[in-house]
Design a protein around this ligand. Structure first.
Ligand SMILES: [Zn+2]
Length: 189
């Protein structure tokens, strides 16, 4: 797995993700993220097209971002895609709830997330890796992960930690694994 390896960059992204989480979710858990983003001014839609995981578009008529999620994928995957697209909004466009983005076009595509491509853990695109780090940290804040894995019967068992994180945060096995690797709770041999 190719991962970000600049500790300063990683902690800056994690901090920003925590700030974004607070703004969007407050004390709520990930389950209500689909509802909360809409409350915070994002228009959320479903798409049924195997080519994409997600797409983010700026709608200048409503002055709101629109995020499209592939409804053929599991809720766990859609959750990560949503957090990934939020990463593009917060990092690439410095968006925050109720903020406008200057755009001279009617509908501007902000980001397109092709299926299994830029979300793959070995993506070479640094921008995408940064956004993936944001998504992982947004959905699985470090202190919350530490609390969850403290409940594992066997503290040395990576499988127990991965499953506990997957269940608690409602993410995929892969997303849970990547986050635990980034937090140096488990190691890849
Ligand atoms: Zn992306």
């Amino acid at each position: 797995m190719k991962k970000l390896d600049n500790p300063k960059l990683i902690s800056a992204i994690d901090e920003y993700a925590l700030f974004a989480r607070e703004m969007i979710l407050g004390d709520y858990n990930n389950k209500v993220l689909f509802d909360m983003v809409q409350e915070k001014g994002i228009e959320l839609f479903g798409i049924w097209d195997a080519k994409y995981d997600g797409i983010c578009i700026w709608n200048s008529e409503t002055n709101k971002p629109q995020i499209y999620l592939n409804m053929e994928q599991s809720e766990e995957r859609r959750l990560f895609t949503l957090a990934h697209e939020l990463g593009h909004l917060f990092i690439d466009y410095e968006w925050s709830p109720n903020k406008k983005i200057e755009s001279d076009q009617d509908k501007r595509v902000l980001s397109i997330n092709f299926r299994d491509k830029d979300k793959a853990s070995d993506t070479t695109e640094i921008k995408e890796r940064i956004v993936n780090q944001f998504a992982g940290a947004f959905l699985m804040p470090k202190d919350k992960v530490e609390k969850v894995i403290a409940d594992c019967d066997n503290k040395e068992d990576p499988e127990c930690m991965i499953l506990a994180v997957k269940k608690h945060f409602g993410v995929t096995y892969k997303a849970a694994t990547n986050r635990l690797i980034m937090l140096e709770k488990i190691y890849v041999k």
